[in-house]
Design a protein. Structure first.
Length: 217
């Protein structure tokens, strides 16, 4: 018989407001980094477990040969971090433990979040199970569901969008007309036909479109 292993959670620092936030991206990165090393036969059960935790259902223990518990006595400690340097993001993952343990820990971390955050981050963890690329800015955009991949956009999309479209500090909810006007003016300014830099025009136009989508959505 396969022995049952134990699993517990310690202190979590997961900024998720607005969701998924950087904390949600970190949980998704943990899943993406380790789940490819987990037996594929267990993936459907992991998917079901995410749904159960999301719905705050009682999870019968042990699950996937691991018992989730409160007591941390005698357990080895693993720490995962997201490290940022300006707009550069990298993840630091502990090497101890098994890939399944790390994946389960990320899933059970959902229980620490309020319902509104879980509703966004649970689907993000399922998306992360399908990711097979590098854990870079494109991964952040994939998880956050945005074409813009800056840290500011993921951490606080509305604040980022307001800044991109040039709204004054303190603006909270501009009207649709104000958003459209700012978008057209900014688009004209960055377009190469009006003197914009050709090397950065495509990226800036994409960011302006994403900012408009966020504020009008």
């Amino acid at each position: 018989m396969t022995p049952t292993r134990r699993l517990s959670l310690g202190n979590l620092v997961l900024p998720v407001d607005p969701a998924p936030g950087l904390g949600g991206v970190l949980l998704a990165a943990i899943v993406a980094n380790f789940v490819s090393q987990v037996d594929e036969d267990l993936h459907p059960d992991l998917d079901r477990l995410i749904s159960q935790v999301d719905r705050d259902e009682r999870v019968t223990q042990p699950r996937l040969r691991h018992r989730f518990q409160i007591d941390r006595h005698g357990l080895a400690r693993s720490i995962h971090r997201m490290v940022t340097d300006g707009e550069t993001v990298r993840f630091q993952f502990s090497e101890g433990g098994t890939p399944l343990q790390h994946t389960l820990a990320a899933i059970y971390s959902l229980e620490r979040l309020d319902t509104s955050a879980r509703r966004v981050i649970a689907p993000a963890l399922k998306k992360a199970m399908r990711w097979r690329g590098p854990l870079d800015s494109s991964f952040m955009g994939f998880i956050a569901g945005t074409s813009a991949t800056s840290i500011a956009n993921v951490a606080d999309p509305r604040a980022w969008a307001l800044e991109v479209l040039g709204f004054p500090v303190g603006t909270v909810r501009p009207t649709k007309k104000e958003v459209q006007t700012r978008f057209r003016d900014a688009l004209r300014a960055v377009h190469p036909d009006h003197g914009g830099d050709e090397t950065s025009a495509s990226r800036l136009i994409d960011e302006l479109g994403e900012a408009r989508r966020i504020l009008l959505g």
